[in-house]
Each structure stands twice: as structure tokens, then as C-alpha cells.
Design a protein. Structure first.
Length: 287
């Protein structure tokens, strides 16, 4: 259990860079007080991270090159909109409840969502010692958005790490080189508060109408995700044990692409309305 709590703390610090310009008040002071019950630790953070290469090697390798993660200003579009290149104004509150649960809330010092930006030069598959072949999967990735909520709880009764996040992607562009496809103006946003979206929330157990107004704004205005991460068993007829389990309780969002390009010419746009990803389970283990 101690190891899992350390993972929760590290996850909070690592996830703070996934950033948020709407009212950020996912949990008000009263709600936080009810959850935590007493004073804990607060960490204030601003950062920008550059990584020359991340490489995962099995027999061959998967490499991600020229990674820059910071504020929305690390991208040209974000900088043009007036954002700086730092993940800043971040405040992480860490509390241990009476029952031993770890409660981690990522908020901001100024009350606004956290803006984030990401650039990646390329993602490649590389041959191992037997050859020099390589395939570029994605290149020229650049995007920015906002993080409106990030709450992490480690439950001592279940040994589950629960993650609740509300975020958006305001603009993302990239090339899928091995297919000759370009994606321009990818956006991920909230599903909204129209009748169809509210019906989707209700069908999945969320009483949208009785949420506080500020929580409604975050729930409708940003993509929402609720995940459980824990050690468990494989799925279905699998005999695997002690695997990494990721249960996607729900993801609600709208997705749009302004332009899909093939051979440098646009073939049109794509829009997905009221996307609900529910009852989705993953079991991850070595072989």
C-alpha cells in the first residue's frame, strides 16, 4: 500500500503538466474540507520539460523524439494566442483521510484552468540488431489545451487508484507519415449541456441537473474521464495474475477534425458528437 501511495504522488506531479480557460472549481473549499478532514501538504509548481528521446526497446524499438511539454506557449499557435511556455500557477494539495485514503487535488493558484502545450518531433519504429529499417509513425505533432480538473484518490479498502480529469485539446496538428495522412485542427471538448448530452450523462449514472453550477460548467465544457488503476487479474478466460488493470469507468467528449489531408490536399472534416467510452477494461502484462 505504501508503494501505491508513492505512485499516486508521482502520478499527480507527472499529470500536472497536462494542463486548463474556464472556471476551475471542480471541488470547492467546503467539499475539499469534507474529504480531507485536516491540513495536509501543498506543493506549488511551475515547469517546462524537454526530452531529446524516449525509447522503449524489446527486440526492436519504439522511439519518441524531441519532446517539449510546458504551457500552451510552447506551440506557435499557443504563443500567438498570448500564452507563455511554462506550466505554471499549479497547486497540488495532498491529504490523508481518516480511513488512510490518499486524496490528491491538482488546482491552480489563480483559480483559472491550467494551459498546457506539447510538441513532438517524431514517433518511430526502429529495427533491432538485425537491420537498419525504420518507420516514422507520426511527426510534427503540436497541440495545446486546458486542464480543468485533476483529482486522484488511492482507496485503502480496494487498493485502487482512481483518477478523475476534465480537459480539452483546443488545437492539435500532426502527420501520420507511413499512411501519408495529415490531421489538422483536432479538437477534443466537452459534450455540452444539450438534451442529448444530459441524457448520455444520466444513462451512465451522473445526475447532471443536481450538480452545482460550477461543476456543471466543468462537466459540460470539458472532456471528462474517470479511470481506476490497480493490480488485478486478466480478462475473460485469461489466466494472467498480478497484471496492471486499467478500468475506464467513463469518458465523455466531443471530437472534431477541421481537415484531413491526403497527398497534401484536404479531403474534408470529421465530427463525433456525444462520444461515451464506458465499461472498458484493459489488462497489461509482459509476455
Amino acid at each position: 500500500m505504501k508503494g501505491l501511495k508513492k505512485i499516486a504522488l508521482i502520478t499527480a506531479m507527472a499529470a500536472a503538466p497536462f494542463a486548463a480557460n474556464a472556471e476551475l472549481q471542480a471541488m470547492n473549499d467546503t467539499a475539499m474540507g469534507d474529504v480531507t478532514g485536516q491540513a495536509g501538504v501543498t506543493i506549488e509548481l511551475e515547469t517546462k520539460v524537454s526530452i531529446g528521446q524516449f525509447k522503449y526497446t524489446d527486440e526492436g524499438s519504439f522511439a519518441v523524439n524531441d519532446i517539449v511539454l510546458g504551457g500552451a506557449g510552447v506551440t506557435a499557435i499557443g504563443a500567438g494566442a498570448g500564452f507563455n511556455d511554462l506550466l505554471d500557477q499549479i497547486k497540488v494539495d495532498i491529504d490523508i483521510a481518516d480511513d488512510g485514503d490518499a486524496i490528491i487535488h491538482v488546482g491552480t493558484l489563480d483559480g483559472n484552468p491550467i494551459d498546457w502545450g506539447l510538441e513532438v518531433g517524431s514517433m518511430q519504429l526502429l529495427a533491432g540488431n538485425t537491420g537498419s529499417d525504420s518507420t516514422t509513425l507520426i511527426s510534427n505533432l503540436s497541440g495545446f489545451g486546458m486542464l480543468a480538473q485533476l483529482d486522484i484518490k488511492v482507496d485503502t479498502a480496494t487498493d485502487h487508484l482512481n483518477l478523475v480529469a476534465a480537459f480539452d485539446v483546443q488545437n492539435m496538428n500532426f502527420d501520420v507519415d507511413f499512411l501519408g495522412v495529415g490531421v489538422r485542427g483536432l479538437k477534443i471538448s466537452g459534450a455540452g449541456a444539450d438534451a442529448d448530452a444530459v441524457a448520455m450523462y444520466t444513462a451512465n449514472g451522473y445526475d447532471f441537473g443536481n450538480m452545482p453550477p460550477e461543476q456543471q460548467a466543468v462537466f459540460a465544457g470539458f472532456a471528462n474521464a474517470n479511470l481506476d488503476v490497480y493490480k488485478g487479474t486478466g480478462l475473460g478466460a485469461s489466466t494472467a495474475v498480478d497484471v496492471l488493470r486499467i478500468d475506464v469507468n467513463n469518458i465523455f467528449m466531443d471530437v472534431s477534425v477541421a481537415s484531413i489531408e491526403i497527398g497534401g490536399a484536404s479531403i474534408g472534416s470529421v465530427a463525433l458528437d456525444n462520444v461515451a467510452v464506458t465499461n472498458t477494461k484493459l489488462a497489461v502484462y509482459g509476455h
